[in-house]
Design a protein. Structure first.
Length: 255
């Protein structure tokens, strides 16, 4: 019987300014989840409409919520938090490098993140990509996601664009998939909300347009992993949003 795992990171969920810059991660590519049929069939009702509350009053998702939702979107966890075969290591289908852990951390990046690793209990004894564990990779990537929220959302004055936990988790997921695109997610959430979109449709539209080369409606998509095709990218982003919502539903149920 499979066991369920929750992330344990050696830092609190603090969104104070990061002490180091966020390293550049992978470009916009597909993930191993594209090859997992069960994720393509996840169905979920639209997220209820919500006006953006003051940023100071919005509760951020817990570490376990981020771990499970993004891990399911990446294809490394099931909606209930069980590990899939990809969790302990797989080859990224987009750039063909070795990934590990819930967030599909790319192992070759480890030398650039040793300063973070030294502060994580899960990374004790890890000295190189060769002996990098999934638990250490998860801890490193969670810190990097916190740093990304600070630099791309808080410092950019875009916190109020994120109306609920679903939208915040979608930032973390998009940052995991494409750090460059995630910087524009808040702007596009505001734009599409002003056009009357809401719920799942709002998040998908904002995620897709975050791959634009400019902040302009009808812009050209730049997503090499999807052949720069808006339709292909839209299908992938819809799948990821559905997977996130499925995981959040299981968390709400206490699964």
């Amino acid at each position: 019987m499979k066991q369920r795992y929750a992330i344990a990171v050696g830092v609190g969920l603090s969104f104070a300014a990061a002490t180091s810059q966020v390293p550049v991660a992978r470009q916009a590519v597909g993930t191993v989840a594209n090859s997992l049929p069960h994720l393509a069939t996840v169905a979920r009702a639209d997220i209820p409409k919500a006006e953006p509350p003051p940023a100071s009053k919005l509760s951020h998702p817990s570490r376990d919520t981020v771990y499970r939702a993004v891990g399911h979107s990446e294809g490394n966890l099931t909606a209930t938090g069980d590990r899939t075969r990809a969790y302990n290591g797989h080859t990224d289908p987009g750039n063909h490098v070795a990934n590990i852990g819930a967030f599909s951390y790319q192992k070759y990046q480890f030398p650039s993140h040793q300063a973070i690793a030294r502060q994580q209990p899960q990374c004790a004894g890890v000295t190189s990509p060769a002996n990098l564990t999934a638990e250490c990779a998860n801890a490193i990537q969670f810190v990097r996601l916190q740093q990304a929220w600070q630099s791309k959302v808080v410092n950019a004055g875009l916190e109020s664009a994120f109306a609920d936990v679903q939208q915040i988790v979608n930032f973390y997921d998009l940052n995991t998939q494409s750090p460059r695109a995630s910087a524009d997610l808040g702007w596009w959430l505001n734009y599409h909300r002003s056009q009357g979109l809401e719920g799942r449709t709002l998040i998908i539209a904002a995620r897709v347009d975050s791959y634009c080369t400019v902040r302009q409606p009808g812009c050209q998509i730049s997503a090499s992993g999807f052949g720069h095709s808006r339709s292909r990218l839209t299908r992938d982003q819809a799948r990821r949003v559905n997977a996130i919502n499925a995981a959040l539903t299981e968390i709400e149920k206490g699964s």
